[in-house]
Design a protein around this ligand. Structure first.
Ligand SMILES: [Zn+2]
Length: 437
């Protein structure tokens, strides 16, 4: 081990300690960012010296949950692993995670490292850390001011594909035609996951499709069933490019009814099979799984119950709203922020299907873009004969207190926040009971 690495690891661990001791945040990004300024190759060097399998999880929605599900299954089957659990999925987050996990002698004791990676940096990450497995979850329009259109991400993923070692396994969402089209170009072994047919409970908003035309012959796709945006049982009527077969054919019973979480669970089952864990065994080991904070989680706080459903783009927002009808919700708390991590442009709210919100009795709106959200809702609500009562309060903490006060044990609160709003909620719920779903 080089002396420089020893010094860097000790310094990184010191920064991490400083962050928690001085309450300068969780240390999920800062120590890594500092070390990467000194030496941009630490991730590559530190990982190359280990006898460890690297798994990359990427996609627009569900990275954190999928990584956590996979970690849960592997650990319950005695396969030691770790992941970037803070959800910081850029280089600084990965470096910070390694600082935490690695010993001062530069060794990692686990056999598997699960990294959720931002879809926009996958190619650069794979260049540094060749993975044994890459999980492609889905691709939707998200934070257009930051990522641009999805064609841009697909180009990056194509680049990434050529950097993945040939003996690595690819796990892909069969219901997303763009992912199937991309993975067709790979020479690796591919495992596909997808939702089973006849899912009455998963009603999609048909206008939300980001992909409409076959990328091979530019003909409109035909769908036998659609589950979420452009995800579904698709086929091109002209060139017969169609959804590949999937191995796992049953839904997973650990989550509420929204389809994105089902995809996450199926992806984790599909990946764990490559570790010799059969689907039945993996399903069994999911018992007692607690969702990552805000991702379909239920919190009990001072005799009140709140469901937390993170929403960051039209698809995840619409998908979270589907949960409202399946859970017969009456009180919903919507928070829209447009800080850096959320994306500055909030025009995407006009693509959200708010029809489920029409059935609510009370709606509380908050966030620094509460006004924009209220305006958007007014367009959905104007034809409703018995519109819900709407309260607007820009300050999240004050609005949360109020929303909790009008909820009850029988009518729990459903909170749908954007990312930075979720962090504020997280602070408020510190010390609360986090329940299994
Ligand atoms: Zn076609």
């Amino acid at each position: 081990m080089r002396t420089l690495d020893f010094i860097l690891i000790v310094f990184g661990k010191f920064l991490h300690f400083l962050c928690s001791y001085a309450r300068l945040g969780s240390g999920s990004s800062f120590p890594g960012r500092m070390l990467l300024v000194i030496d941009s190759q630490i991730i590559k060097r530190w990982l190359s010296k280990q006898d460890i399998k690297v798994i990359v999880v990427t996609g627009t929605n569900g990275k954190t949950t999928t990584a956590k599900l996979l970690e849960h299954i592997l650990k319950n089957n005695n396969i030691s692993c770790f992941r970037n659990s803070s959800g910081a999925n850029l280089f600084s987050g990965i470096a910070s995670c390694l600082i935490k996990e690695i010993s001062v002698f530069g060794l990692l004791k686990e056999k598997v490292a699960i990294f959720e990676i931002d879809e926009n940096v996958v190619d650069s990450f794979i260049k540094q850390a060749p993975p044994s497995m890459v999980i492609f979850l889905n691709l939707f329009r998200d934070q257009l001011d930051r990522y641009g259109e999805i064609d841009r991400i697909i180009k990056r993923w194509e680049k990434a594909l050529y950097l993945i070692p040939f003996d690595s396994v690819l796990v892909g969402n069969a219901d997303d035609p763009q992912i199937v089209h991309l993975l067709q170009k790979a020479k690796n072994s591919i495992s596909y996951f997808g939702l089973p047919e006849n899912q009455e409970s998963l009603k999609p908003e048909k206008n939300l499709a980001d992909i409409v035309y076959c990328p091979s012959c530019i003909t409109r796709f035909e769908y036998k069933e659609r589950f979420c945006g452009h995800l579904g049982l698709w086929e091109c009527p002209k060139c017969r490019f169609s959804r590949p077969n999937v191995f796992i054919k049953e839904l997973v019973d650990v989550f509420q009814a929204d389809s994105l979480h089902q995809y996450n669970a199926l992806a984790a089952l599909c990946a764990s099979e490559k570790f010799g864990i059969c689907s039945k065994q993996a399903r069994h080991s999911l018992q007692g799984f607690k969702p990552a904070f805000g991702r379909g989680e239920i919190v009990r706080y001072r005799k009140k119950k709140a469901h937390l459903l993170l929403a960051k783009n039209p698809i995840s927002f619409t998908d979270s709203l589907k949960t409202l009808s399946s859970e017969k919700a009456k009180v919903v708390f919507l928070i829209l922020n447009n800080h850096c991590q959320d994306g500055k442009d909030v025009s995407w709210i006009w693509d959200v299907d708010f029809s489920e919100v029409l059935k609510m009795e009370k709606i509380v709106i908050s966030g620094n873009c509460a006004k924009e959200l209220r305006l958007r809702l007014s367009y959905s609500l104007h034809q409703n004969t018995a519109p819900p009562i709407i309260y607007t309060e820009k300050r999240v903490k004050k609005a949360l207190k109020f929303a909790l006060s009008i909820s009850s044990e029988e009518q729990p609160l459903f909170i749908i926040p954007t990312y930075t709003a979720l962090l504020e909620i997280n602070k408020y719920f510190k010390g609360a009971d986090h329940l299994c779903t």
